[in-house]
Design a protein around this ligand. Structure first.
Ligand SMILES: Cc1cc2nc3c(=O)[nH]c(=O)nc-3n(C[C@H](O)[C@H](O)[C@H](O)COP(=O)(O)OP(=O)(O)OC[C@H]3O[C@@H](n4cnc5c(N)ncnc54)[C@H](O)[C@@H]3O)c2cc1C
Length: 410
């Protein structure tokens, strides 16, 4: 069996490693001429790092990331609402990693090239469609720079890991909207600066009407500084196209955070000192009724793009990769294997997509925002109990599949 994976992002490269680990021959076609470390920060929860550990890349990832120790929730006045341990500090067997998306992709790419060989990843090739018959799949390919047609190629199975703008998803669901806008626009950046709080804290602060921030370090530097990843989110009726590389303008969002001078962080100073600022709308798509069509299936953002509100986008793609390899490795009939893969992953990921819309982890700051009428509080215990906060966060962990009891059985 030969599997062709369309897309050399986090999902596609992890799928290549997982298939190789099961002795299944595969190759990756990537539209970018060169795979370069693009993007800003991303989080990998313990369920995803457990998969990466089993694939033998966790150590390399730990060398270029921060093992996040705690999550801290604040209101927009800088008052602490709740803090809880994360990753190994919370008793998980594997860490929660905060990492630059590009570093994650490059570690995965190095592993794929060294284990599958240099020929396994071919760049500059854009898949524009697939056709299948009883024996296999024909991929229609174009040179991604010139747009010229390339000779078609055959595979036993095709995995479309081609991201939120997936052409294969569009082929199967031509009437679907390109994406659904949440009403929240995001500006993302990285700033080299002195560490804050525990030096490994993921901060969520404020709420969307006035502006919300997510802030966490993704890399230590030898001089004692860290690369701090931050995301500013503001409710905004209009938005630009969803292009991961679109530069953002400070004047569009900095005023919302102008008063955020806390004793633990000067937010406007951090934003002004950014190395890079990108603008991206918070978008997703409705869950699909099916992913697998005969010998072709979807994986990662192609299958289930979701709001980046629970640190699950990359992680769920990694879990898909594991399930796909187990299903294809577990039986000879690829069509049945892809049906099993869909049966295992479509329901759980659809639930994450829906929960990220309504009750992601930051719902606890929304709750405090509502109960206080967006005013400072005297004592958080008078606003919400620790048990209520813990129950909301536990609920999300169960939906996203990293509830500790399920992940680390005694
Ligand atoms: C350039 C870029 C920057 C990103 N930056 C961030 C970020 O800063 N923070 C964040 O949370 N998420 C970011 N993401 C999204 C994040 O990587 C995904 O949500 C998550 O990792 C799931 O990965 P995926 O492999 O399913 O999709 P993606 O990571 O989107 O990978 C899809 C891959 O498929 C390739 N591709 C697309 N169409 C075709 C085609 N027709 N033929 C061949 N190849 C194709 C793309 O070039 C890409 O490499 C970014 C994605 C991209 C592509």
């Amino acid at each position: 069996m030969t599997v062709t994976i369309i897309g050399g992002g986090v999902g596609g490269l992890t799928a290549a490693l997982a298939l190789k680990a099961r002795g299944i021959e595969c190759r990756v076609l990537e539209s970018a001429r060169q795979i370069r470390p693009l993007g800003v920060g991303i989080n990998l929860l313990p369920h995803a790092t457990a998969v990466l550990d089993a694939l033998g890349v966790l150590r390399a990832l730990e060398a270029v990331s921060i093992a996040t120790k705690e999550a801290a929730y604040y209101n927009r006045f800088g008052q602490l609402i709740h803090v809880e341990p994360l990753g190994r500090a919370a008793g998980y067997a594997t860490p929660q990693l905060s990492i630059h998306r590009g570093e994650l992709q490059m570690v995965l790419l190095d592993a794929v090239l060294s284990r599958l060989g240099a020929h396994a990843v071919r760049t500059g090739i854009r898949c524009v469609g697939v056709e299948q018959d009883a024996d296999g799949v024909t991929l229609r390919l174009h040179d991604s720079e010139t747009g010229q047609a390339l000779p078609p190629e055959r595979a036993s199975v095709v995995v479309a890991a081609d991201g939120i703008h997936s052409v294969i998803r569009r082929q199967f669901f031509p009437d679907e909207a390109p994406y659904l806008y949440s009403g929240v626009n995001m500006w993302r950046g990285v700033t080299r600066m002195k560490p804050i709080l525990s030096h490994a804290t993921m901060v969520r602060a404020g709420w969307l009407a006035h502006g919300k921030m997510v802030i966490y370090p993704i890399r230590d530097h030898p001089d004692g500084t860290q690369l701090m990843n931050w995301v500013a989110e503001i409710e905004t009726p209009s938005h630009a196209e969803n292009d991961w590389a679109k530069p953002g303008r400070l004047e569009d969002f900095l005023p919302a955070f102008a008063g955020w001078h806390f004793d633990w962080l000067d937010v406007p100073a951090m934003i002004r000192a950014a190395d890079v600022v990108l603008e991206y709308p918070m978008v997703d798509k409705d869950p699909l009724s099916r992913w697998s069509h005969g010998r072709v299936t979807l994986l990662g953002d192609a299958a289930h793009p979701m709001y980046p509100r629970g640190s699950n986008g990359a992680g769920q793609a990694i879990l898909d990769a594991k399930a796909l390899a187990e299903c294809l490795g577990g039986q000879a009939d690829p069509v049945a294997a892809l049906r099993d893969y869909e049966a295992r992953r479509l329901g759980p990921t659809a639930q994450v997509v829906r929960t990220n819309r309504t009750a992601p982890p930051d719902a606890i700051i929304r709750e405090v925002w509502q109960r206080t009428g967006d005013k400072p509080f005297a004592r958080i215990e008078d606003v919400i109990s620790a048990d209520e906060l813990a129950a909301m966060l536990d609920g999300y962990r169960k939906v996203a599949g990293y509830d500790k009891a399920a992940l680390n059985p005694p």
